[in-house]
Structure formats: structure tokens, C-alpha cells
Ligand binder design. Structure first.
Ligand code: GAL
Length: 674
């Protein structure tokens, strides 16, 4: 468990670097990420490399005892490169090339840019790959940030056609799979197929889904090319990439399959303002962030780099941690004192190896001059620096008394009893045909997660190919397509005694975003939940999205909760009704260990459903005090108070406090040894 920081030596006078490095070390920081946007200073003219400054920066940080996370600088291709091949620019959804002057302006499908990205990656890796200070790599920076996965470029069009030809072999197979007979869309060859954009009305959903899959594969391939270079020239150093929050434009599991460490960039206040929370939630959590936003992503990214068999503990870091106000949200409030410390500990409580702050010193110029750092622009310490130093000291103190592994501060292992399946492809399906303006599948997953966390349950967020039989409770909150492999994994989990909760629209689509076909070979489609009909004991006969205001209360386990946005009419084929709509139709059913939820639930609703399911699974699930969250990891229980009020909470009578205690003041935390 280590602290890190993102540093831009190229922004500061050389004479100050040694003092910066000394202060970092004194603050408890041991890792420094550098150079992800430094291409134009590394190679100011084509083929003319200026290494002297980077050599000196690397040596200076090394001499201060800091390890370096070095980056490939491909997120910011320099002006001379764009001018040499203007068609490397990504093309936006309106068909306009994106301009130079910010970042991420490249198109993933451009062959020329792909070879430039390999050339510059090779140059950096050749120079520093064996340097003892370089302890890890980061490829590029935040793939997809600023809506840059999908590009309407000519290169993407050509690439898409090849991708389709490789996938379908014959054009008839594609016509069949997509159902192009609808609206006379039949193609005679792959060369006739365009990107599904700028159409008069909605483009064909199967066409759009395959485009998203293709674009995701392009990100995977782009990253893989860099990883191969780094592995060859810098053997033994782990390779990472920094993913984002609430971002689903490419399949992160597929990118992570080529990485050693999944990292992500955690901006709890920015995300609270920018995503789907209600106005009331945005106000309530403005200065702490919604408690489950960091945790949701920690658990998601812990599920990424799960080792060769895909089943191990995932290595993961927070590569960028918000240190104070950011500059990019609609509103940029300041965290309450204590939050930087709390967020840092919260990441460690979910198994992070490293928490690295963005950034060391606030830049006094350019786009991000209003984004805070650990230091202010005058180089004085801001609140974030004080709190980072506090965590550094706390880690040392807990290691000194043996609560944390004194040799290596090994990250805390987690063994949650609950698994939530997270499938990017499935999210794309519901995003492409939401059928209701506010049907956001990612929010549905998040609300289900929130329901689990309010009950104090630890959660693994796992890829759709994960083994599920070790879990007591398995949740599929938003999974329209259920592959044969996922169906098998679920059946095995049920056979091993797990409880299963299925959300609305589960099993409602085929792999081509159509109704599932009849596996018995009959001429007609089958109704949802398709391949899970026998397991769930229900058939979905009709679905409806509900306009704002059309909410309905249902009673789940004695608690009245609200169904809004979506509801389904179920026929029972074996299941019992646990909760009903006002018209008497089932809203929640149970078929042995399998529950089916026939509508959109908020966190309250999910919490009520999971209260019953957790009891049936033999799990202890008690509602936590409002705003309190807990996490169990490595023989410790950690409690975090996000609320404005003090909370009193103890894990068990036997547990001993090793940091803080039973009385948690607002924004404080406690660590208990079991
Ligand atoms: C991240 C990005 C950083 C910086 C930061 C500001 O998305 O990786 O380069 O822009 O946001 O919060």
C-alpha cells in the first residue's frame, strides 16, 4: 500500500525538481507518474529527440528514493505530426474532424498514427526500459476520454468493413444476423457498409452494436501494440493503463487482459456533479462525493487483471486521486477537510496497491489552471498535501505495530460473498435501444450496488466469463444478453447453493441485439428472460417504460419501495410472487434460489430485495447507519463516515480498533482488527 503522485517536470524550472522530489518523499510519497503528455518536448521536431530533460528528471526522482511510473505519451500527438497526416484526426459524430489544441485528437483506426504510436513508445522504452527507477508503465492516458472511442473517419470505415468480413465471412451471414430485410437494408457486399451514423432516423441496432464492438477492439489493439513493445524492452515491469469512472465506451476487461495492473482515475466530487445523481443527491454529496462512487469503481477495477486463469485477485491502483476542487465538472466544489484522507483509505480498504494523487502542484497556466494539486501554484501545501502526509504516517504506524505487513505493506486481500456481473457488451445493448429516455443500464447497476453496500455487503464486480460458484449471492442487474457460458456459470453457482437476483430485461436479447431465437429450432423468437426462463420461472409478456411521475409503490419484505422508469408484465411459469404491482401482477418473483425483478428500482428498492436474498443466502446484512460504509479486507474491518453527523458503529464485540474507534465524527474513518 503506497502513495504516489502525478508530476510534470516539464512544467517547472529544472532547478526546483530536486526540492520537489525531496518534499514528495518527506510526505510519504514513493511513486511518481510522469511524461504522459510530453511528446512535443521529447521529440520537438520529427526524429529529433531531446532526452536531456527527461534523463535529468528520472535521475532526480530516483536519487530522492522515488519509483517512477513512466508513460507512453500517445494521448497528445504533437502539432507537426497532425500537420504531416491530417487524416489521423478522429472524426466526431457529426462527421467533423476534431481539432488540434487540446488532447486525444487521434483516431484509433488510423494505420499511420498506430505506427507513430509504436515508434514513440519504442523510443521511450528503449531509453528507460531498463532504468532501475522505472518500476511500472502506463500506456497512453485515459483511452476514450472526451468521447474519442467512436470516430467517423475513413480509416474507421475501412477497418469496420474488414472487421465485419472477418466476423461474418459472407455478406448473407451478416444480412441474416442483423435482420437487414427490415426497411430494405440488405447489403450485397461488405464494401457497401458504412458506419451507422448520420442516418435519417435511428440506424439499425445490430449495425450499431457491431460498430461499438469494432471500435472497442480498435482500442484493445492499439493498447496491445504498445504493451508488446514495453514487455520486450522493459521486461519485469508491470504495464498498466488508467481507466475512467462511469465510462463504458470500450470493453475494459478486454484491454485489461493485456495489462498487469488496472488503474483508474478517481474524482469523487467531479463524478457526483457530472453523472446521473438527482439534484438532491448532488447537493447532499457535493463535498464528500456519493459514498458508493469510488467503491463501485474500486470493485470494478479489482475485477480486471485477474491473472492468467482470469479468476485470481486483480491488481489495481488509483492512478489519479482528486486532491481538492477540479476544473471540469459543471460545478467544482471543494472537498470537506478529511475527505482526501478518507478516499485514500477507502481505496486501500478495497484492495488498492497504490493511491496516486493528481497532481503534485497546481499549474498556474493553461487548461487546468483551476484544478488543484497537493501544492498550490505558489508551492505552499494545500489541504490535500496535509492529508496525504497523514495517510503516509498512518500506514507507517500500522506497519510498525504489525497491523499491516511491515515488510511490504501488502495490499489487503478481499473475499466478498457477493458477485455482480459487469458486461460492457450488455451495457451497449441497453444504451442502443433504451426504450425509455431515462433507462440508463449503468445507473441500474450502480443503484443495485448501492443497495448491497448500504447493507454492509462486500462485492466483487466480475466479468461475464468469471467463475461464479464460490459466491453466495450473484447479481445480474442489467444483462440483456446471456451467453451460454454465463448461463452455465449461473447454473453452477445455483447448484453450489448461491442465491441469484436477476434485474429487468435479463435474457431479453440475442448476441445480435434481437429477441432470442428458439433453441429448440422453432420458427419463432422466445420471450425474455430467454435462456434463463427455466431458472427464473417467469416469462415476460410485455414491457413498458414509465414517463416521469408514473411511479408506483410496491411492498418488498414489509418495506414500500418505488418502481419507476420501467415495468414488465410477467407470466409465472413456476415462480412465486414476492411483491405485486397495484394491478396484481408480479413485481418481484422467486423460483427457488432465483429472484426476478420486474421493474426499475432505486437503491432503496434494491436494498429491500437484497435484504431477503442475503438472508436466504445466510449472509449477515444489516442496514448501516445513513452515510456509513464498511469494507472487510485482510483481517480488518474499515468504516467510513461520509455523513454530516457523527455515527457510532462497531463491527463485532471482539474486534479491536487500531485507528479511530466506535465514535466516527463526520468524514472520519476507523480501522478494526477482527
Ligand atoms: C484526468 C486526466 C488528467 C487530468 C485530470 C483532471 O481525466 O487523466 O490528465 O486532466 O483528469 O482532473
Amino acid at each position: 500500500m503506497q502513495l504516489g503522485v502525478c508530476y510534470y517536470p516539464e512544467h517547472w524550472p529544472r532547478a526546483q525538481w530536486a526540492e520537489d522530489a525531496r518534499r514528495m518523499f518527506a510526505m510519504g510519497i514513493r511513486l511518481v507518474r510522469i511524461a504522459e503528455f510530453a511528446w512535443s518536448v521529447i521529440e520537438p521536431e520529427p526524429g529529433e529527440f531531446h532526452w536531456d530533460w527527461l534523463d535529468e528528471a528520472v535521475e532526480t526522482l530516483h536519487a530522492a528514493g522515488l519509483g517512477i511510473v513512466l508513460c507512453t505519451p500517445t494521448a497528445t500527438p504533437p502539432k507537426w505530426l497532425v500537420d504531416r497526416m491530417p487524416d489521423m484526426l478522429a472524426v466526431d459524430p457529426q462527421g467533423r474532424p476534431r481539432g488540434f489544441g487540446s488532447r486525444r485528437h487521434y483516431c484509433f483506426s488510423h494505420a499511420g498514427y498506430r505506427s507513430e504510436s509504436q515508434r514513440i513508445s519504442r523510443a521511450v522504452a528503449e531509453r528507460y526500459g531498463q532504468h532501475p527507477a522505472v518500476v511500472a508503465w502506463q500506456t497512453d492516458n485515459e483511452y476514450g476520454c472526451h468521447d474519442t472511442v467512436l470516430s467517423l473517419s475513413e480509416s474507421a470505415r475501412r477497418g469496420f468493413r474488414h472487421w465485419l468480413a472477418a466476423r461474418y465471412t459472407t455478406i448473407d451471414a451478416l444480412n441474416d444476423a442483423w435482420g437487414t430485410v427490415f426497411w430494405s437494408q440488405v447489403y450485397r457486399s461488405f464494401d457497401e457498409i458504412d458506419l451507422p451514423a448520420l442516418t435519417v432516423t435511428e440506424a439499425h441496432p445490430a449495425h450499431r452494436l457491431d460498430w461499438r464492438r469494432f471500435a472497442s477492439d480498435e482500442v484493445v489493439a492499439f493498447n496491445r501494440e504498445q504493451v508488446a513493445i514495453l514487455r520486450a524492452l522493459s521486461p519485469g515491469r508491470p504495464v498498466s493503463h488508467n481507466f475512467m469512472g462511469f465510462f463504458t465506451e470500450f470493453d475494459h476487461h478486454a484491454v485489461a487482459a493485456d495489462l498487469d495492473i488496472a488503474t483508474w482515475d478517481s474524482y469523487p466530487l467531479g463524478f457526483t456533479q457530472m453523472f446521473f445523481l438527482t439534484a438532491e443527491e448532488k447537493a447532499r454529496w457535493a463535498r464528500t462525493g456519493h459514498p458508493d462512487i469510488p467503491a463501485f469503481h474500486h470493485d470494478l477495477y479489482r475485477g480486471m487483471c485477474r491473472g492468467a486463469d482470469g479468476q485470481g485477485d486483480g491488481r489495481w491502483w488509483v492512478m489519479e486521486q482528486q486532491p481538492g476542487p477540479v476544473n471540469w465538472a459543471h460545478w467544482n466544489p471543494a472537498p470537506h477537510d478529511g475527505m482526501v484522507r478518507l478516499w485514500t483509505w477507502q481505496a486501500f480498504a478495497h484492495g488498492a496497491e497504490v493511491v496516486s494523487y493528481f497532481r503534485w502542484r497546481q499549474a498556474p497556466f493553461a487548461q487546468e489552471q483551476m484544478h488543484t494539486g497537493l501544492l498550490r501554484p505558489d508551492s505552499s501545501e494545500d489541504q490535500g498535501a496535509l492529508e496525504a502526509a497523514q495517510v503516509g504516517a498512518e500506514l507507517q504506524a500500522l506497519a510498525a505495530v504489525g497491523v499491516l505487513d511491515p515488510q511490504s505493506l501488502t495490499a489487503l486481500p478481499m473475499r466478498p460473498a457477493v458477485a455482480m456481473v459487469f458486461d460492457y457488451d450488455a451495457l451497449w445493448m441497453a444504451q442502443i435501444q433504451p426504450q425509455g429516455a431515462d433507462y440508463h443500464p449503468l445507473e441500474l447497476k450502480f443503484r443495485a450496488y448501492e443497495g448491497l453496500r448500504r447493507l454492509g455487503l462486500d462485492v466483487d464486480i466480475v466479468p461475464p466469463g468469471a467463475e461464479l460458484s464460490g459466491y453466495r449471492l450473484v447479481v445480474l442487474a442489467a444483462q440483456p444478453h446471456v451467453s451460454p457460458a454465463l448461463r452455465r456459470a449461473l447454473a453452477q453457482a445455483v447448484a453450489a447453493g448461491a442465491q441469484v437476483v436477476l434485474g429487468p430485461r435479463t435474457g431479453s436479447k440475442s448476441a445480435h441485439l434481437a429477441f432470442p431465437a428458439d433453441e429448440a429450432g422453432g420458427p419463432w423468437a422466445v420471450l425474455p428472460p430467454g435462456p434463463l426462463a427455466a431458472l427464473a420461472g417467469v416469462r415476460v409478456e410485455r414491457v413498458a417504460s414509465l414517463p416521469p411521475g408514473c411511479a408506483e409503490g410496491i411492498e418488498v419484505g414489509g418495506v414500500t419501495v418505488t418502481v419507476r422508469r420501467w415495468r414488465e408484465d410477467l407470466a409465472l411459469v413456476g415462480a412465486d410472487t414476492l411483491a405485486s404491482f397495484n394491478d396484481g401482477r408480479p413485481a418481484l418473483t422467486r423460483n427457488g434460489p432465483v429472484r426476478y425483478v420486474a421493474g426499475w428500482l432505486d437503491a432503496d428498492g434494491w436494498q429491500a430485495v437484497f435484504t431477503g436474498a442475503a438472508a436466504d443466502a445466510g449472509l449477515t446484512a444489516q442496514p448501516l447507519p445513513d452515510g456509513l460504509r464498511i469494507s472487510r479486507a485482510g483481517g480488518l474491518t474499515l468504516a467510513f463516515n461520509f455523513s454530516d453527523l457523527a455515527r457510532d458503529w462497531t463491527p463485532t464485540p471482539m474486534a479491536t480498533p487500531v485507528l479511530g474507534g466506535a465514535h466516527l465524527t463526520p468524514r472520519s474513518l476507523a480501522v478494526w482488527r477482527d
